[in-house]
Design a protein around this ligand. Structure first.
Ligand SMILES: Nc1ncnc2c1ncn2[C@@H]1O[C@H](COP(=O)(O)OP(=O)(O)O)[C@@H](O)[C@H]1O
Ligand SMILES: [Mg+2]
Length: 232
């Protein structure tokens, strides 16, 4: 998947930061570097820092495990807003330095039926494309809303846009305008396969040099959740 190698590196980095934090503080405690007796403010500070770092790592690995859950039952009830939040959480380490991400997520759960990790894969692909197309001070806006009986996820960026010549090809497997090593050309074709399998549709509109909008529409699931069923 295009950009996923990079994404993995960013996530590894994100785990590495709190890990360093934890190790430094543990070393401090071990060597008594802060002259801190157990129970003292300095000692507690180091212990808190270690717990904080561990919690951050736990959050990251938890989200990764959700993503990697291969045995998700087809036909599971999924809140699309949760899919969006988890995907944003995973791409954030990659995008945070150059893009602003605006969220316009509906408050009510937006339920569809399908495979959560596949839908995350689609949202991550679309977000990474938007990020890769973005220029300085890029803005990516992600929205979810209801349209008739469909739950819509829309990602709009103000990046390079897609020109007339390129547009007919973007869903072709292995079509990429990116340099070797940066793109595999499989992101949109895989995403379309996944969305079709879910009975939905993915459409891309764009103005060359100005913006691109990717819209994913999935059939809404009418059933309401029981209180012990999972929602994000
Ligand atoms: N948000 C976007 N802005 C500009 N071009 C895009 C965007 N999303 C997709 N594209 C175009 O569609 C092509 C195919 O995308 P994709 O299938 O994800 O493959 P890859 O990202 O590996 O190139 C990209 O190479 C790019 O030319
Ligand atoms: Mg891509």
């Amino acid at each position: 998947m295009a950009g996923v190698g990079h994404l993995a590196a960013s996530i590894a980095h994100e785990i590495n930061n709190p890990l360093c934090f934890i190790m430094n503080n543990a070393e401090l405690l071990k060597s008594g570097g802060k002259n801190a007796a157990p129970g003292s403010a300095e000692h507690n500070e180091s212990v808190e820092a270690i717990l904080d770092g561990a919690r951050r790592i736990k959050n990251i690995t938890h989200t990764l495990l959700d993503f990697a859950r291969l045995n998700t039952r087809e036909g599971e009830q999924i809140n699309v807003n949760g899919v969006v939040e988890k995907s944003l959480y995973l791409v954030y380490p990659e995008t945070k330095n150059s893009c602003t991400i605006e969220k316009n997520i509906s408050n009510a759960p937006q339920m569809v039926q399908g495979n959560e990790s596949e839908l995350m894969q689609v949202v991550i692909n679309i977000l990474l494309n938007a990020y890769q197309a973005s220029r300085q001070n890029g803005v990516i806006r992600i929205s979810t809303y209801l349209e008739d009986n469909f739950v819509v996820i829309e990602v709009r960026d103000n990046g390079t846009g897609i020109d007339e010549k390129t547009r007919p090809h973007i869903f072709e497997p292995f079509f990429t305008t990116k340099k070797a090593g940066q793109g595999t050309g499989l992101g949109l074709s895989t995403s379309r396969d996944i969305i079709k399998k879910h009975g939905g549709e993915i459409t891309v509109t764009s103005k060359a040099g100005e913006w691109t909008a990717v819209k994913v529409a999935l059939p809404r699931c009418q059933k309401t959740l029981n209180k012990d069923e999972k929602s994000f």
